[in-house]
Design a protein around this ligand. Structure first.
Ligand code: PRP
Length: 214
């Protein structure tokens, strides 16, 4: 008999992974060893269901999925837009909801209206570029940072930032505000394009079941 092929899942480490596993549990997909907070293991197998899971840095999830190292990934829409990989986005899981926004001190609002040549600090240069160049037709200088983006306008690195806003607490506590909204974000399921054909039955069944519980 032909051996059953594992379906491999790449999950973005952190907040999304926990919620994803809770959701999978609702449709009978469990992976106990993955729940152990002290484990340093990188890959987990559920032999019975023929599934494998691994945790990766969020921005690497679309890469694993594009190359077929994972059949399925769960990752934020922000990462999908920024990485722009050749993958199918098949389902909005409805959690991890937040917004990609242009933020800054309230005084920066007019710089956006008058299409000034301003500096935009962000962890998401592709999203920022697309927004300013293709949607707003405003020429800006984009400065790539790797975290704590809110610092940039405070210390004078940039006039505004393009960043994720969830509760708005970080902005509030730093005297900044949302100036414009770029797009809404949430956790999405992505699928490798070849797997979608070769494992269509298993993957569509999984998506159908997930849809019922979200
Ligand atoms: C994200 C984002 C904001 C913050 C927004 O940062 O970049 O800084 O969360 O959340 P809030 O609206 O609820 O305050 P994250 O904590 O992921 O870390 P980072 O600054 O290193 O990107």
């Amino acid at each position: 008999m032909e051996e059953k092929r594992y379906l491999t899942f790449a999950l973005g480490k952190g907040r999304l992974a926990k919620k994803t596993l809770e959701l999978f549990e609702k449709i009978g997909i469990t992976c106990e060893e993955m729940q152990d907070p002290d484990t340093r293991k990188l890959i987990f197998v559920n032999e019975e269901l023929g599934l494998r899971f691994f945790l990766a840095k969020g921005p690497d999830v679309p890469t694993y999925v594009e190359y077929g190292a994972a059949d399925i990934g769960v990752v934020g829409k922000d990462t999908i837009l920024e990485e722009a990989r050749n993958i199918y986005e098949v389902l909005d899981l409805g959690f991890g909801k937040c917004r990609m926004c242009i933020c800054g001190p309230a005084s920066a609002a007019e710089l956006l209206q008058h299409h000034e040549q301003i500096r935009v600090a962000t962890k998401y240069p592709r999203i920022a570029k697309d927004y300013f160049y293709n949607k707003k037709h405003q020429t800006v200088e984009i400065i790539k940072l790797n975290g704590s983006i809110e610092l940039a306008p405070i210390v004078g690195l940039s006039e505004v930032i393009c960043d994720i806003v969830e509760t708005g607490t970080t902005l509030r506590e730093n005297g900044l505000t949302v100036l414009e909204e770029v797009c809404p974000l949430s956790a999405r399921v992505v699928v490798n394009q070849v797997s979608m054909k070769m494992e269509n039955e298993r993957i569509t069944k999984l998506i159908r079941e997930l849809k019922k519980v979200i």
